[in-house]
Ligand binder design. Structure first.
Ligand code: SF4
Length: 365
């Protein structure tokens, strides 16, 4: 009798143009697989290994999937009912999940925010001033917020533990990010109550571009990105003047928090026009719709729509899913050079399959 295998319900296969990925949502890990293996395991039923013709290949694939616990064996086919499929819906109790503010946000605005329960707050600091930062953090920490992140945008600064010592009293503080700067501490890492992350680029580059280190895998991220836009969904950015925006790089604003009541602010963030960007799925966005990373990336680029059914971006991502290469990798080429043309105003995508296939054969055969 042939052995019976089921896919682990928290290992989700996602298909890309060239290759696929299994998202291991419980161990925060991922595994590249071929599109052939994607077709094999993209089922909640018993896996039919017989559909792979070559016996040796079949056994190798089985061994890999078992070793990584992507599949497991059952004895009777009825056992599959003991492993219910994950509910694909996403909901969150927060009206705002991610709020971005500047360090000099005024007290009146912070008072207005006290009516909300927030998941994360990011504080942007153009130029480090110990007193200003401490006073802002103390006021922000009085809000109902789970996690606080600080982004010190100034470059070429040598920070030490003494710069941040007073901040460690704030138990919601998770990470402090420093850009093209250094941090040295005289404490053991386990004694520090927050983590300082040294980013080897400017804040602007970091916040606009993706790289493999910024990919995130967990159930919440997977479900949010499958149903909504993982950057714009329930995000609010208050710019330096207090203007209410969808994200760091959106031009349009939806009023100014300084001049409106809390109920008007609530109306704005619940309005269709404010929530429009948050509802855009990567599945409905050109280029991203064939990218195997689409449920683990947080993409701050502004999406546009023209006469096509799909959204598109005018700025290219640092990952080209048609050739499975990141910009920093050898042999990377932008879309146009591999035969993929995205018209910047009509949003129309055309592919020269001959050019694309030729380059993929060069890369991957
Ligand atoms: S192309 Fe870039 S932004 Fe789009 S899904 Fe892939 S990694 Fe994310």
């Amino acid at each position: 009798m042939s052995r019976l295998f089921l896919r682990n319900r928290l290992c989700m296969p996602v298909k890309g143009y060239n290759r696929s990925i299994v998202y291991d949502l419980i161990r925060y890990d991922y595994f590249f697989i071929s599109n052939e293996v994607f077709e094999l395991i993209n089922t909640t039923e018993i896996i039919d290994f017989e559909c792979i013709g070559d016996e040796k290949n079949r056994e190798e694939i089985k061994e890999f999937l078992l070793k990584e616990e992507i599949i497991f064996e059952i004895l009777e086919s009825d056992e599959k009912f003991n492993f219910p499929v994950m509910n694909p819906d996403y909901s969150t109790p927060f009206l705002i999940t991610d709020l971005i503010v500047h360090v000099d946000i005024d007290e009146v605005s912070i008072d207005k925010l006290s009516s909300f329960t927030l998941r994360d707050i990011s504080i942007l600091v153009d130029s480090y001033d110990k007193n200003v930062l401490e006073s802002c953090l103390n006021r922000i920490s009085m809000l109902e917020v789970d996690a606080i992140f600080i982004f010190l945008k100034e470059e070429n600064v040598a920070y030490t533990y003494e710069n941040f010592e007073a901040l460690s009293r704030v138990n919601q503080l998770f990470n402090i990010y420093v850009f093209n700067s250094t941090y040295t501490s005289n404490l053991n890492q386990e004694n520090e109550l927050f983590t300082v992350i040294e980013i080897p680029s400017s804040f602007e580059y970091f916040s606009k571009n993706l790289d493999p280190n910024k990919l995130r895998i967990n159930i919440e991220m997977f479900l949010e990105a499958s149903n909504y836009h993982s950057y714009y969904h329930k995000k609010v950015y208050l710019d330096m003047k207090g203007n209410i925006k969808n994200g760091l790089y959106t031009d349009e604003h939806h009023g100014n928090l300084k001049n409106i009541s809390v109920s008007r602010f609530t109306e704005i963030i619940e309005s269709k026009s404010f929530q429009m960007l948050g509802g855009i799925k990567k599945e409905n966005t050109l280029v991203c719709d064939v990218c195997e990373f689409r449920f683990m990336c947080v993409d701050s680029r502004m999406p546009y729509i023209a006469n096509t059914e799909k959204w598109y971006h005018t700025v290219e991502c640092t990952y080209n899913p048609y050739i499975s290469k990141w910009k920093l990798e050898t042999d990377y080429k932008p879309l146009l050079e591999v035969g993929v043309a995205l018209h910047p105003t009509s949003g129309k995508l055309t592919i020269d399959y001959e050019i694309l296939e030729q380059y993929n054969n060069f890369l991957w055969q």
